[in-house]
Ligand binder design. Structure first.
Ligand SMILES: [Zn+2]
Length: 297
């Protein structure tokens, strides 16, 4: 939890151009676009069973509900802002282990899934006229947290308008993986070159398979070699190259991109915060280079 506060403090001092805003929390109705109503109710009313709380990894509290609602709201706001301004981020988020009907692995609600479903609905409402049906906003989720985005993969399993790409450690949590549209499994101790080659190849495949109107990028800091839960061996420089590849890919195609922090458990935790700050600085450099132009072209 400490990393979020540290990240915010460093953004204020080191990247004052970055506009920080508090996002409104999502409602039960918005959550129900990606989650089962019975699960949303159980979370809101404090009726989660002991087994459900154990799978999430922490006990139910009002603070847990508010935090999960706030984080989904922040990813939604990041998606909306990205669609208008090209790029935006949630300084938390990336809770990709949450399924439609249950939380898991420190994830209560799947902020990516909730945000994607909300912006798709909003875009459709905004553009549908009296005649004809508006096309659905197509979203690619690029999940580079070191753990597979299993909840996200399952929620969008049969959705042709959302493409899920996950690069993750083959031997890491979750041990029972789901099927994303594109999964790349990496061996323990995978280094920069192997990872970056796999990422470039994956984006090449994404180019052939899907035409996205919006990218949601989970910029997990946990592929870092100093991460307690990572099992891979990327350097900080390698992670900056990773971010560069993703932002370059999105901006050079004029695709708006929203990103979230996802996992990061380094010792010391300031290494995770440094990786997160580096992602923001890379994003900012692309915003300065391309600005609004790419999005509107
Ligand atoms: Zn992770």
């Amino acid at each position: 939890m400490e990393k979020y506060e540290l990240l915010r403090a460093r953004l204020v001092t080191e990247l004052p151009e970055c506009k920080l805003q508090l996002a409104p929390s999502v409602s039960e109705g918005q959550l129900a676009l990606a989650h089962d109503v019975s699960y949303v109710n159980a979370v809101f009313e404090g009726h989660l069973t002991h087994a459900q709380q154990r799978e999430i990894g922490f006990p139910w509290s009002i603070g847990m509900v508010e935090r999960a609602r706030g984080s989904s709201g922040a990813t939604l706001m990041a998606c909306r802002t990205a669609l208008q301004e090209g790029i935006s981020a949630n300084t938390a988020g990336g809770t990709h282990h949450a399924y439609a009907d249950r939380g898991s692995g420190f994830c209560v609600f799947n902020d990516t899934a909730v945000a994607v479903r909300c912006v798709q609905l909003e875009a459709q409402r905004a553009s549908s006229g009296a005649f004809g049906v508006a096309p659905i906003l197509k979203v690619a989720v690029i999940d580079l947290d070191v753990h597979q985005g299993n909840g996200t993969a399952k929620i969008f399993e049969h959705d042709p308008n959302v493409f899920t790409l996950s690069l993750h450690g083959a031997k890491n949590f979750p041990f029972q993986k789901e099927v994303s549209d594109l999964d790349i499994e990496l061996p323990d101790d995978c280094c920069d070159d192997q990872y970056l080659d796999a990422l470039e190849a994956s984006l090449g495949k994404l180019d052939l398979l899907f035409k996205a109107d919006l990218i949601v990028f989970l910029a997990g800091a946990d592929p870092y070699k100093g991460d307690r839960l990572g099992r891979l061996s990327l350097s900080m420089d390698g992670l900056q190259k990773r971010d560069n590849i993703v932002f370059n890919w999105a901006f050079s195609r004029g695709i708006p991109i929203a990103f979230s922090m996802a996992g990061g458990y380094s010792v010391p935790i300031t290494d995770t915060v440094q990786i997160n700050i580096n992602t923001f600085k890379m994003a900012h450099s692309y915003f300065l280079k391309y600005g609004f132009q790419a999005v509107n072209s």
